[in-house]
Ligand binder design. Structure first.
Ligand SMILES: [Zn+2]
Length: 169
């Protein structure tokens, strides 16, 4: 199913949604088309024809709840930690649970860090205290709408690029 990029009234990217839902928003005048699909495809329904949108924008600003957490994905975690092992600074290939899962650690942003393979192996299921290791940063939840779109930016429609490239916050 084709996806459409949804922008807030402020042009901040919010999410992607299936074409059918995007067209509904446009027909109900909740959103306007910012960018038509370059293929020039047209969608026909019983009553109307509409050019297939690639990017739409809400007519009214929608406040994004502060507490909405960015989903924890491998791609987003690597980006947060700059693809560097938090323990030694080499290139990270794995996700390490600071408090190991076998010892009650949760799979959440605050307990996950990017790690290289050797560090992950030597840490195994031990706590940092037991190893005498320290973290120089406190792992946290990234904030900002563009974090939701990390997978989208890489895998999404190239037509979206001008709308989703935002400075890292
Ligand atoms: Zn390392």
């Amino acid at each position: 199913m084709r996806q459409v990029l949804l922008l807030n009234a402020t042009y901040e990217p919010l999410t992607t949604l299936p074409l059918r839902r995007a067209v509904c928003l446009v027909l109900r005048e909740k959103a306007e088309v910012v960018h038509h699909d370059t293929s020039g495809a047209v969608l026909h329904s019983a009553a109307v024809s509409i050019e297939v949108p690639s990017v739409i924008r809400l007519r009214r600003y929608v406040r994004i709840p502060f507490r909405t957490r960015v989903p924890l994905t491998r791609a987003a975690l690597m980006r947060r930690d700059n693809f560097r092992c938090v323990y030694c600074g080499r290139r990270a290939e794995t996700i390490d649970h600071v408090q190991p899962r076998s010892r009650g650690g949760m799979h959440v942003w605050e307990n996950c860090v990017a790690s290289c393979m050797p560090c992950n192996h030597s840490k195994a299921d031990r706590l940092l205290d037991e190893l005498g290791w320290t973290l120089t940063v406190t792992p946290g939840v990234p904030r900002g709408a563009h974090w939701r779109l990390i997978g989208v930016i890489n895998d999404g429609d190239p037509q979206w690029a001008p709308y989703v490239t935002q400075p890292a916050a």
